[in-house]
Design a protein around this ligand. Structure first.
Ligand code: SF4
Ligand code: SF4
Length: 381
């Protein structure tokens, strides 16, 4: 198993980290405990020593299961990461209560990597104002938190603001060969490198999307290596960034565990040709998008309840992959039915708020037409 050295923290971690957010589940929707425990064991025995969970994963079931597994190991042989659900924190007491509950769930006396979960500028400022960042620093002084960081999914401007606000021990970003211009992206990775902050990467396969490319794009990878999967190429692209210390993969099956272990044992850097083909695939996918929505949410809230960035994200993803299946669950989700384009009254309120100058009501109509055509075609197959 490939390992990486965190120079600033003086630790070695496995380059592949076990993400505990997509465990296999039973027909009732609960974690399949037996399979999940066996998958963690197999990964650990092959050299994986970094386990990443969070308070809300699997409806709160992930932390206790990871804790159950880790309690069987020597404490000096693994690193555990978990996250503070900042959206549930309205006071210092909330932060204290949740952190103490996490220690109990995980059966640990300290957390190696503790993150404020999914912050943007607004959420971070709120954590600072509430005194939560000071509280976490106190826990770090007491040794109950070893390393303090944050995870991030918002826009680059927010990322730079939070990153420069204080010295972070590490930062966790979404990064893959398709998201180089999204969220923190290339600029965020380079900023961390410049500031000497180690990077942990989540969504290296973009939630599984880069494992299932459209047939024309997958053929380009097969021409390079018929035995290598699209997912392994995506992981190697991330691994080629030396300031990436851990790559998290949310593994759902035994096959994924084995394939990921193989990719990193040993990890083979991409050749120039392979890198060029991945860049070509990335730009080809990006050229298929319908509009330039960045998900900044400046247009929100819509007075009629339309989830404007959510609809555009589904549409752009569908177009990039040219595959309805990758967005089927999101598009058909009943809980979001009243947030879809038909709720738009074309009031026009959102149009001047969009920094990308998107004609939002017009594009929402395109979303509806294309997605419904794709849905009908999918079920007629
Ligand atoms: S134009 Fe449509 S999406 Fe925009 S604010 Fe009005 S109803 Fe909402
Ligand atoms: S439509 Fe425009 S304002 Fe709204 S989220 Fe997208 S880019 Fe931002």
């Amino acid at each position: 198993m490939e390992t990486r050295y965190f120079e600033t923290l003086d630790i070695h971690a496995s380059l592949l980290g076990f993400g505990a957010m997509r465990f296999p589940t039973t027909p009732e929707g609960k974690i399949d405990r037996k399979r999940s425990l066996a998958m963690m064991k197999e990964a650990y025995e092959a050299g994986v020593n970094y386990f990443d969970t969070a308070y809300p994963y699997h409806g709160g079931e992930s932390e206790p299961l990871v804790g159950e597994f880790l309690s069987t190991l020597d404490r000096s042989n693994f690193y555990v990461a978990t996250k503070l659900p900042q959206w549930s924190v309205n006071s210092i007491d909330d932060a204290k209560r949740i952190f103490n509950e996490q220690l109990i769930r995980l059966q640990q006396s300290y957390i190696d990597f503790y993150l404020i979960h999914a912050i943007d500028k607004k959420a971070f400022d709120r954590m600072v104002d509430l005194g939560v960042v000071d509280y976490l620093e106190e826990e770090q002084k007491k040794g109950r938190i070893k390393h303090l960081g944050f995870s991030f999914h918002s826009i680059y401007e927010d990322f730079e603001y939070i990153t420069r606000f204080r010295h972070w021990d590490f930062i966790q970003i979404q990064y893959n060969y398709l998201d180089t211009e999204e969220q923190a992206g290339d600029k965020g990775y380079e900023l961390c490198t410049e500031l000497g902050i180690p990077v942990i990467v989540m969504e290296p396969i973009k939630g599984g999307s880069l494992a299932g490319l459209s047939p024309d794009l997958e053929a380009k990878l097969k021409a390079l290596d018929p035995d290598a999967s699209p997912a392994s190429f995506a992981l190697r692209w991330v691994a080629d960034h030396q300031n990436v210390k851990v790559i998290l993969s949310g593994m759902s099956t035994e096959e994924q565990v084995r394939e990921n272990l193989q990719t990193f044992s040993p990890y083979k850097p991409l050749s120039e040709k392979e890198r060029a083909v991945l860049e070509e695939i990335g730009s080809s996918m990006r050229s298929r998008i319908g509009n330039d929505c960045t998900g900044c949410k400046y247009c929100m809230p819509c007075p009629f309840g339309v989830d404007i960035p959510g609809n555009f994200a589904i549409w752009n993803k569908y177009r990039m992959f040219n595959n309805y299946e990758v967005v089927k669950d999101q598009w058909e989700s009943e809980s979001s039915a009243d947030k879809r384009p038909p709720a738009c009254t074309e009031c026009g309120q959102c149009i001047p708020l969009c920094p990308q100058h998107i004609d939002i009501p017009t594009d929402l109509k395109r979303v509806q037409e294309e997605m419904e055509a794709a849905r009908i075609a999918y079920y007629q197959k």
